[in-house]
Design a protein around this ligand. Structure first.
Ligand code: FE2
Length: 444
């Protein structure tokens, strides 16, 4: 399956590359019909400065991580729109292509990602420029100076946004085996700010150059505002997530036998979600985020209880059963976990209602909590613990099946058993459960 995805990704990259070549040929053909305003020396200066600005911005662009892929936030889009509409598709292609290439080389991006990111921007900027030129007829008019040019500029901006988002969704979807529509919807909230603000700024840049081309250089400076604000916001979000996950890992490592437990549970959770295939992308992300820190509340459990090798007494058992509530209390204060709360609080509920902390049952238990419950229990069963040796994969599967309808949601057990059977068949009866692989790598 991974090999199939790799092959599909290569074909998709080749398709985008061919599209970039076709776009460039069309842009050259369109520009060679002589209806375009010749560029002055000062225009070249502005284009070069625009190029340098975009390149510098690209070098420090913001990665917006999700559990499955990374979105990128940068303000280069404003300069791409300004160049391709203000100075023609060829200028847009050159600025977008070369600046992205330089940024990708500095970032030492893998060859595949480099080719995709460069060609994606060439197609995006090129098609926007071609659209504007085709609608206006020539480049002697100032964008936004008449209804006709304003509408043409607006349509060209929409082409820029649509092509950019569609190609990104298409490529990421191909690489990770998800529908492009799913990726598009998942990426939309994170990219909304740049999608709404950057094209208009680009259009204003093309207009102010009529005052004096060098005015564009001054007008580029305010771009730093949204960039710095977004960068700070994203960094804080990322640092919060990393801190919480580091705390969860620290809790795991308090007991040598549970090291990396949360990481494995998150990966089992992802596999179950993929197998079920019916959970919306955003909900899946929230469940996986929660699975990664599901035992965070154990931070409130003293070593004497958490690491006790023998049976817990009644008081100790009560204390232990408070950890989902303690985890929920911590995460409630953090907005990035606002959709993950029920998962952490209810991951020890049972399908028959005999679990804790609230004793809810069946479909009352949040779907994510029912999934994490299965993933968590399987990892506990198949790992060595102070009180029990690790069970084999077969024994783990048998136990999951035996607890269908009592401890676990039957359809989730069925999905996970299908995953495990696929991964481990034919399997030696003495084989122990290996750690699942880390999540799929981000693409762009
Ligand atoms: Fe737990």
């Amino acid at each position: 399956m991974i090999r199939d995805r790799q092959r599909a990704t290569n074909v998709a990259i080749l398709a985008v590359f061919c599209l970039a070549v076709a776009t460039t040929i069309e842009a050259v053909a369109q520009a060679s019909d002589g209806r375009f305003r010749p560029l002055r020396f000062v225009d070249f200066v502005v284009i070069i400065v625009m190029f340098l600005t975009v390149t510098l911005i690209d070098l420090v662009k913001i990665s917006v991580p999700q559990t499955t892929f990374n979105s990128i936030f940068g303000v280069g889009g404003a300069a791409f729109v300004a160049t391709t509409i203000g100075y023609g598709a060829i200028a847009g292609i050159i600025v977008a292509g070369i600046s992205t290439l330089v940024a990708e080389l500095f970032a030492r991006r893998e060859f595949q990602k480099l080719v995709f990111n460069v060609t994606q921007l060439i197609v995006t900027a090129g098609l926007a420029g071609i659209t504007y030129q085709a609608l206006v007829g020539d480049t002697t008019h100032v964008p936004l100076s008449s209804t006709k040019t304003a509408i043409a500029a607006l349509i060209a901006s929409l082409v820029y946004l649509a092509v950019n988002n569609i190609l990104f969704s298409f490529m990421v979807g191909t690489a990770i085996g998800k529908s492009p529509v799913t990726i598009f919807l998942a990426n939309a909230p994170g990219s909304l700010l740049q999608n709404i603000t950057l094209p208009p700024i680009g259009l204003l840049l093309t207009t102010v150059r009529e005052l004096s081309p060098l005015t564009v250089l001054i007008a580029l400076i305010p771009l730093l505002g949204p960039y710095i604000a977004m960068r700070g916001y994203r960094e804080i979000q990322l640092q919060i997530q990393r801190t919480i996950e580091a705390l969860a890992d620290t809790v795991d490592r308090r007991d040598i036998t549970t090291a990396q437990h949360s990481e494995r549970v998150a990966n089992y959770t992802r596999q179950i979600i993929d197998e079920l295939g019916t959970i919306r992308f955003a909900e899946a992300e929230a469940i996986i985020l929660a699975a990664r820190v599901h035992d965070l509340g154990k931070i409130a459990i003293p070593d004497a209880v958490l690491l006790k090798p023998g049976k817990l007494d009644e008081g100790e058992y009560w204390l232990m059963r408070q950890h989902p509530v303690a985890g929920d209390d911590i995460l409630q204060k953090l907005s990035i976990y606002k959709d993950s709360l029920g998962v952490v609080r209810h991951h020890h509920e049972r399908y028959d209602g005999r679990g804790y902390p609230d004793g809810i049952m069946g479909e009352e238990i949040p779907l994510g909590a029912r999934i994490v419950s299965v993933a968590d229990s399987y990892d506990v069963m198949t790992s060595d613990r102070p009180y029990a040796r690790a069970r084999t994969i077969s024994e783990g599967i048998e136990e999951l099946i035996a607890c269908k309808g009592t401890h676990f949601d039957p359809k989730i057990v069925d999905a996970f058993v299908r995953v495990l059977n696929r991964q481990h068949a034919p399997e030696s009866s003495a084989q122990r459960a290996p750690a699942p692989s880390v999540v799929s790598a981000p693409v762009a």
